[in-house]
Write a protein that binds this ligand. Structure first.
Ligand code: NI
Length: 205
């Protein structure tokens, strides 16, 4: 897999530092439900330097290793406002993203790499207009709907310390939390999961 676009020249406000790493790309372990880092809001990125480029490359590697379609920095324990995604058109990064407008409504199954195996039906806005920055410090503006719109909302939630469980309706959230509790106790949750989880298998985020 190729690297994400690297800085190709000086950009205003971007401090260039030597790359402190020389080794091959490395995948991170993905932090899972129960890890406090997933409940914390991440901080804005104020400069794109070589270590940030390296982080993005490693996050892309981690996303592919996990067969996910999106991954936010807090999911690898890094409290920075950025995420990577690939919905079939190659890896992309979004730094300091802001959702500026949403519209419509879409009920769709959603899965999270940090809550493995639980794909749950969630209602969210369908159309999303998001703005952010790329690795060159250039502004990105993307309008998306359906799955990509879902990816953007899910990953921005991660940057705010919000998990998809909080987007579930009360009854379903209670059942999902019970599955997670029983799992942590080593109990067999397959019967409960069968009632909750649909057969659809969209990639996790
Ligand atoms: Ni997730």
């Amino acid at each position: 897999m190729g690297r994400c676009r690297a800085p190709d020249g000086p950009h205003p406000g971007v401090r260039r530092v030597p790359d402190p790493y020389n080794g091959p790309m490395a995948a991170y372990p993905v932090r899972v439900y129960g890890d406090p880092v997933l409940k914390q809001a991440a901080r804005e990125v104020d400069e794109v330097d070589a270590s940030l480029v390296r982080l993005v490359d490693d996050m892309v590697e981690t996303m592919y290793d996990s067969e996910g379609a999106g991954l936010a920095a807090p999911q690898v324990g890094v409290q920075k406002r950025l995420f990577v995604y690939d919905v079939g058109e190659g890896p992309e990064v979004m730094i300091n993203p802001t959702i500026v407008e949403v519209g419509g409504e879409w009920y769709h199954d959603e899965g999270c790499l940090s809550i493995p195996g639980l794909r749950l039906g969630i209602v969210r806005p369908n159309q999303v207009h998001i703005r952010g920055y790329d690795l060159d410090g250039g502004e990105i503006s993307v309008e998306a709907d359906e799955f990509l719109g879902r990816v953007f909302q899910h990953e921005v939630d991660h940057l705010d310390g919000v998990l998809m469980l909080e987007r579930l309706e009360d009854d379903m959230r209670k059942q999902a939390l019970r599955v997670l509790r029983d799992r942590s106790l080593g109990l067999d949750t397959s019967a409960m999961e069968a009632k909750l989880v649909s057969a659809e298998s969209e990639r996790e985020l």
